[in-house]
Design a protein around this ligand. Structure first.
Ligand code: SF4
Length: 300
């Protein structure tokens, strides 16, 4: 496990947060969240034939990673941080962002992680899993809070490549939204390494909608949306997606997705944006919560 305390209020806090970031990267790649483990296990017990055999491979990958510390899947992903800074915490956002980025580079060197990050045109690879704009860091502020919440997802390319955005017409209504989601999951087929978590963004602006879809994938499996109407929409979409029979790794079966998660924002009267961001079976995420006394608690 990573650093247990950071020296809040001192110049050393950024060195310590670099170590926390490095620990989070290793943890996310090697220690899958309990809800994902439970989902893989339950699907394994439910499925038969080739679907069960694919799930058996996933169970084995998790066990091997637990025993050896080897990453669960070869893809080291593209790192995305979600940071919430308590407004009472004396932290400089720019230096924090730099520390998180340096932590990714540090972990890459320390654990010999494959560098997956390249320049979009020249394909130059710095060999440290960073580059301009990577890791992506989303920052929010907790009014009156005195701690720090850092969540990391190193998103695998197989599932990130299966990202979609459209601007439907309001006249398309809920049926149009449901059809778009289902059609995209069918189009994605085996490529996002199902069973997946299907993140859906509804409303907002185009960029906001895409961000909501990714945010939706962060919610633990088994935790429906707090609003009953949205939770019901999630449940029905999951049912429809699993009825496609795409199944684990696209080889057929009853479990194409572990969950459908929706996040929404209100939108313009003449807009109806819908976005999908799919998370693969690995469902990697790791979290560090830093208290006002500097104590670090690691989780998911
Ligand atoms: S999509 Fe996920 S499970 Fe598939 S190769 Fe990438 S990281 Fe691995």
């Amino acid at each position: 496990m990573g650093l247990g305390t950071v020296r809040v209020g001192t110049e050393h806090v950024y060195d310590d947060l670099r170590e926390v970031s490095a620990a989070l990267y290793k943890k996310a790649l090697t220690d899958l969240p309990p809800d994902v483990r439970q989902s893989v296990g339950a699907a394994h017990d439910r499925e038969e034939g080739s679907a069960r055999r694919r799930l058996q491979v996933m169970v084995k990958a998790i066990e091997t990673s637990d025993e050896t510390g080897i990453i669960v899947c070869q893809d080291t992903g593209i790192c995305v941080f979600y940071v919430e800074i308590g407004t009472e915490l004396p932290v400089n956002g720019a230096r924090l962002t730099r520390a998180l980025r340096e932590g990714i580079a540090l972990a890459s060197e320390r654990h010999s992680l494959r560098s997956s990050i390249v320049h979009p045109l020249t394909r130059e690879n710095r060999q440290d899993n960073t580059g301009a704009g990577v890791p992506a860091v989303h920052v929010g502020f907790a009014d009156g809070g005195d701690g720090l919440d850092v969540l990391l997802i190193p998103k695998g390319s197989g599932s990130e490549n299966m990202s979609f955005l459209t601007m439907l017409s309001p006249a398309d209504g809920q049926d149009g939204v449901k059809k778009y989601i289902l059609d995209r999951v069918i189009e994605a087929g085996p490529r996002p390494c199902p069973p997946t978590i299907v993140g859906v963004g509804l409303g907002g602006t185009a960029d906001q909608c895409a961000a909501l879809a990714k945010k939706a994938t962060l919610r633990p499996v088994g935790q429906p949306h707090p609003e009953p109407e949205i939770a019901e929409f999630e449940r029905r979409m999951l049912e429809a997606i699993n009825a496609t029979g795409i199944g684990p790794q696209g080889l057929g079966g009853a479990t194409t997705a572990f969950a459908v998660h929706v996040e929404y924002a209100w939108t313009h009267i003449s807009m109806n944006p819908v976005a999908l961001n799919i998370q693969c079976w690995r469902g990697e995420r790791a979290r560090a919560v830093v208290g006002s006394d500097g104590t670090v608690t690691y989780g998911y």
